[in-house]
Ligand binder design. Structure first.
Ligand code: NIG
Ligand code: FE
Length: 431
């Protein structure tokens, strides 16, 4: 046995990434397992002059280059990548998107600039309703083609794992069509994907006077099929006074949880409504948005494993002034993650680097906190922290070589793409 183990360890590495000027591993053996909170949110596990050894798509070793290279088994088949002093970080994990949709909604963008609000446009049949009407006319193949193109754009900004929600179908057939399209598109685009059923994104127009019947359709038909056919692994509800109230949200979430799905909630975005506290009480993966979260919501999240997923691209795009209270959430001990909320209405923002910039300048997160929020904490929010979100032995070799020698340059250069090379499971994805 010992002999065999030794022989196994002599197998040459598939790849060695050398001359990493600043290796942000996000790995900190001193910290307890779980999402980062408080001061831990700024701990990046930085190695200066590092190297990374990869085998079978996973990190075999990483750390100071002298030690790592001395231990590495390099053979004729080992690919050597010279990072030339650059900064290397884990691939971004984007834990909240609506990446499957048909047409874009720049008409509403212009109307908002002229003074109409998101809710006024929604009440007049725009907003989510406009995307639903459009999506229902599209074939699954059409949606796959559109989504692949969009995912490749998100990937070019460094996203290697993405959450994708349904929610523009709002009927049995169209929700299933969206989830199937999301699955196929993420495979074609070579991205790690976590799919979420958001049939409770809005009340479809045809159910306007029959709310209970739509909740029943979700609970009795859509979610059971989603769970039985593994079309998604999670469910989400848009919990707001104007969409689904707390009671409806709890009914839908409990049904999904009982079916074995995990949960997340669009919570406390437009009104302080108690969605975050409900998410914490039900053990949801995350509570998302949180612009209007109150003190009770913050303490409920802080005392739970539910991650606070903040979506500053939405506030930015809608031209609002109030961002989620990131500093209060961090001070209270909540685990904070960041996402694009990529969607055709409130956040057509494909760039996780831009999200980090906005988080720093508008929510006063430090560049280090923002980096934790788009990697390790985002991975925890998706139940994927065992595989992605940090660079440590055994984890997937998903990493970015930056066109920068300091991670702070990611947030500093707002709007720039700082990603020189994207690797997923040890394979280079962009050229
Ligand atoms: O997360 N809040 C609800 N859903 C999206 C908006 C979707 C849309 O406008 O199409 C969001 O912001
Ligand atoms: Fe959203």
């Amino acid at each position: 046995m010992r002999h065999e183990e030794k022989a196994l360890n002599r197998i040459a590495a598939d790849m060695v990434v050398d001359h990493v000027g600043q290796l942000c591993t996000l790995h900190d053996p001193e910290l307890v397992a779980g999402p980062r909170r408080g001061d831990g949110m700024a701990s990046l596990g930085i190695v200066t002059d590092g190297a990374l050894v990869i085998r079978d798509g996973r990190v075999l070793d990483c750390g100071p280059r002298d030690r790592v290279l001395a231990d590495a088994v390099v053979g004729s088949s080992t690919e050597l990548v010279d990072a030339d002093g650059a900064c290397v970080v884990p691939g971004w994990v984007d834990p909240h998107t609506h990446a499957v949709y048909g047409r874009t909604r720049q008409d509403e963008f212009e109307r908002r600039i002229r003074g109409e609000t998101y809710l006024e446009i929604a009440a007049a049949g725009g907003g989510i309703h406009a995307s639903v009407a459009d999506l229902r006319t599209r074939s699954q193949d059409d949606l796959i083609a559109l989504t692949v193109k969009r995912l490749l754009e998100l990937r070019s900004f460094g996203t290697t794992t993405i959450e994708i929600k349904s929610g523009y179908g709002l009927s049995f057939e169209d929700e299933v069509k969206m989830l199937r399209a999301a699955r196929i598109a993420s495979r074609v685009a070579d991205m790690g994907a976590v799919l979420t059923c958001l049939a409770a994104h809005e009340l479809p127009g045809e159910y306007r006077d029959r709310r209970g019947e739509y909740v029943a359709l979700i609970c009795e038909e859509i979610l059971p099929t989603v769970a039985a056919e593994h079309l998604a692994e999670r469910l989400d509800v848009f919990c707001e006074p104007t969409v689904f109230d707390l009671e409806e949200t709890e009914t839908i979430l409990r049904t999904g949880l009982d079916l074995g799905l995990r949960a997340c909630v669009h919570a406390d975005e437009l009104a302080s409504f108690g969605g975050a506290a409900l998410a914490a009480r039900l053990g949801a993966d995350s509570a998302d948005h949180l612009i209007r979260i109150d003190a009770d919501g913050i303490s409920a999240l802080a005392a739970s494993d539910t991650v606070a997923v903040l979506l500053p691209g939405t506030v930015f795009t809608l031209g609002l002034q109030k961002y989620a209270p990131a500093r209060e959430l961090i001070a209270a001990g909540c685990a904070v993650a960041l996402a694009t909320d990529y969607n055709p209405g409130s956040s057509p923002v494909p760039s996780m680097p831009l999200i980090q910039s906005i988080a720093c300048t508008q929510m006063r997160m430090s560049p280090a906190e923002a980096l934790v929020a788009v990697t390790l904490n985002a991975a925890w929010a998706l139940g994927r922290a065992h595989d992605v979100g940090s660079l440590a032995p055994g984890k997937q070799a998903d990493f970015l070589i930056l066109d920068a020698d300091d991670y702070r340059l990611v947030a500093y250069h707002a709007g720039r793409n700082p990603v020189a090379a994207v690797y997923r499971e040890g394979r280079r994805l962009n050229s």
